[in-house]
Write a protein that binds this ligand. Structure first.
Ligand SMILES: Cc1ncc(COP(=O)(O)O)c(C=O)c1O
Length: 403
């Protein structure tokens, strides 16, 4: 038996002719950067997500960074992210000059816990009310030469300005309470949809619920390019205009730069590949969901905890993550490996516990759910082409393991 965690080759084999033709067409038209293939994919992906605008960018990390910059986030601001995600989520915040704040996760969904978000914001507000310097300075700050400083410079300490709910593993975060809390505390909402293309929350596609939605098209994602790629979606015309401009050196016309930006563009070949793959995405999602339900069924009476879908959502199972008793996870992985079954851990260290954030002086008890989760979770093979017989073998191998 040899079952990989993901199988990109199997997917390519199933659409080889379409993909090869699409790549050849881009090359024959030398439409490498911008142009008709990028425009056509952007239009199709916006339609797929049920939004007005899609802006192709270089990768998912850039998508988050550009979205935050477009919303005016920078030095002196704080952006709240869940304690369980890939580092790109928090990295994008720091790239803007803003400060990252973590909130703990719901141990059932592994996504940001809206109650903990509200608790955090309440605590920040009450600290501010006690005069601990967490509210805006009412007087505009001036520099030594009397010039007015940018608005963020007039704040005593960083202010929560935005939140990034992550739809991790393809499971939609609980957006209604997150949106309600964000409205109450005046936070912008940037959805990290890197692992959840096509997932739905109460009948709406994720990415269309907040101010902006950010996608990665890294090859292993549910909608993956054959290299790096990413996109930002939004319904707001002005945000779309600004994001497109910022991603392309701050310009709309060739040498007319309204500001400095970055160079982060989706290229023609990736866009053409993604356009082909987008046609198959709903079918692949249904296959992933079917595989997840087979796993759920076969693992119902086992010693691992299966994933939970919250009410009224459609999860897209980028990953199928189960949970094993603390201390047994690595042994279970070894047992599966010795039977030819690959597994992964997403992620072995919760974000606040990474060395990258040691300057924050938090410890493992600061985010207990994310910390505990990181020690118990294991991702099983998951891709549309995974066969029922393989799921049967994987789950039987798990059931043979003595926890
Ligand atoms: C949750 C999450 N956010 C952001 C990203 C960043 O995407 P990219 O690798 O395209 O920069 C990833 C990709 O791994 C991700 O999983």
């Amino acid at each position: 038996m040899n079952i990989p965690l993901v199988d990109l080759k199997a997917q390519y084999e199933s659409i080889k002719e379409e993909i090869d033709a699409a790549i050849a067409e881009v090359i024959s038209k030398t439409a490498f950067i911008g142009g008709p293939f990028v425009e056509s994919f952007e239009k199709a992906f916006a339609e797929f997500c049920g939004v007005k605008h899609c802006i192709g960018v270089g990768n998912g990390t850039d998508a988050l960074f550009i979205a935050l910059k477009t919303l005016g986030i920078g030095q002196g601001d704080e952006v709240i992210v869940p304690a369980n995600s890939f580092i790109a989520t928090s990295e994008a915040v720091t790239l803007t000059g803003a400060r990252v704040a973590f909130v703990d996760i719901d141990p059932k969904t592994y996504n940001m816990d809206p109650h903990k978000l509200e608790d955090y914001l309440k605590a920040r507000k009450s600290q501010g009310a006690r005069g601990k310097g967490l509210t805006r300075n009412p007087k505009p700050a001036t520099s030594k030469n009397g010039l007015r400083l940018p608005p963020h410079a007039s704040r005593l300490t960083p202010q929560p300005m935005a939140v990034i709910p992550v739809h991790l593993y393809g499971q939609p975060a609980d957006m209604d309470p997150i949106l309600e809390i964000s409205k109450k505390y005046n936070l912008k909402v940037v959805e990290d949809c890197a692992q959840a293309h096509g997932a739905e929350y109460k009948g709406r596609k994720i990415g269309s619920l907040g101010d902006m939605g950010c996608f990665s098209f890294y090859p292993g994602k549910n909608l993956g390019a054959y290299g790096d790629g990413g996109a930002i979606i939004t319904n707001d015309d002005e945000l779309a205009r600004k994001a497109r401009m910022f991603a392309n050196h701050g310009r709309i016309e060739k040498y007319d730069h309204e500001m400095e930006g970055v160079n982060s563009r989706l290229d023609g070949i990736q866009a053409a590949i993604l356009k082909v793959k987008l046609k198959h995405l709903n079918d692949w999602t249904e296959k992933r969901r079917k595989n997840a339900y087979l796993y759920n069924e076969y693992l119902k009476y086992s010693d691992v905890i299966i994933p939970t879908e919250i009410n009224d959502v459609k999860a897209v199972y980028h990953l199928y993550v189960v949970r094993a008793k603390e201390g047994s996870r690595e042994k279970l992985q070894d047992h599966l490996k010795s039977n030819g079954i690959s597994t992964g851990i997403h992620y072995p260290i919760a974000l606040p516990n990474l060395k990258a954030y040691s300057f924050m002086s938090t410890n493992e008890d600061s985010f207990p759910e994310a910390t505990k989760t990181s020690k118990e979770i294991v991702s099983l093979p998951m891709y549309p082409e995974l066969k029922q017989s393989e799921i049967n073998s994987i789950t039987n191998t798990i059931k043979q393991f003595k926890f």
